[in-house]
Write a protein that binds this ligand. Structure first.
Ligand SMILES: [Zn+2]
Length: 292
């Protein structure tokens, strides 16, 4: 009798261990790529010819009626996206990033690493101030390049050769076009800049799919923007400035239009959730999981 019991117990433990290992294996392979295209109005995105972005949202979860911070400046909004809390908590009220409250509300890379210290995190940006909220060791790589082309080259290179678990990419040319020529649907230069950004998204997604271990990896790709614009600027609490798009693409995504209100603060929370992390109540994040 004792022998049989013992064997059964061993079997139970064995299966338990197997389950744990396979579960850990799956969790460890969950990865996130966030692409932020600065200053891209969702209605302009729908006017532009963007086959790569279309492929992502048409096979993913999406909202073209998501909301950014009413104070629609880049610094404020990117910080909301990457921390998962609104400005009242992260305290970034302008592009000058005076005294960001990163101790209490850090970049989501830091939250992720608190639970899984060996995660490899990369932030590759055209607009350098977006990195201001990164604290020591939050990012495995913090890379600034002065053009979207160089940012894209760096992203492609990193995805090809590097062990990456979470990556944030920032493209800025659409916003430059908006400031210079106007954020308008009938403005060829603004629309053309969105089309060029789409080509870069295509290159990045292609590089992702060519990763050696891609078959074993489970990537969530999130694409969004920080704000829209009118005339030659943004920063106001008006729909043309505060309405943004949100796209989530990947195996775990529930396909279709998100009918609930999506907010820019959902990006960090959705990323953390996909990375298999326990999003703690005590972090007081404002975002929700959107699209998984
Ligand atoms: Zn911006």
């Amino acid at each position: 009798m004792y022998k049989i019991d013992c064997r059964n117990e061993l079997l139970v433990w064995g299966f338990g261990l197997l389950f744990m290992l396979s579960h850990l294996g799956v969790t460890a392979q969950n990865k996130v790529l966030i692409i932020g295209i600065d200053g891209t109005r969702p209605d302009a995105l729908l006017v532009a010819k963007t086959p790569h972005l279309d492929n992502l949202w048409q096979n993913g979860a999406y909202s073209f009626n998501a909301q950014t911070d009413p104070l629609s400046w880049s610094g404020v909004c990117w910080t909301s996206m990457l921390t998962g809390v609104w400005k009242e908590k992260h305290k970034v009220y302008s592009n000058e990033y005076k005294n960001p409250n990163v101790k209490e509300y850090p970049h989501f890379f830091r939250r992720a690493k608190e639970q899984t210290p060996n995660l490899k995190t990369y932030s590759i940006a055209n607009w350098k101030p977006v990195h201001t909220i990164l604290q020591e060791n939050d990012a495995t790589g913090t890379i600034h390049r002065k053009t979207d082309k160089k940012v894209t080259d760096e992203v492609v290179k990193t995805l090809k050769n590097t062990d990456v678990d979470a990556m944030f990419v920032h493209l800025d040319d659409v916003d430059h076009a908006g400031h210079k020529y106007g954020y308008a649907l009938n403005n060829d230069k603004y629309i053309g800049a969105i089309e060029k950004a789409d080509e870069k998204v295509g290159k990045i997604v292609k590089a992702l799919k060519r990763r050696k271990e891609y078959g074993k990896e489970n990537w969530l790709v999130l694409v969004s923007t920080d704000h829209g614009g009118t005339g030659y600027g943004h920063g106001k609490d008006i729909p043309e400035h505060t309405t943004i798009f949100y796209i989530a693409s990947g195996k775990d995504v529930v396909q279709g239009e998100l009918l609930k209100q999506v907010n820019i603060v959902d990006v960090a929370v959705t990323a953390l959730k996909h990375l298999g992390l326990d999003v703690k109540e005590e972090w007081k994040l404002d975002g929700e999981v959107s699209g998984l």
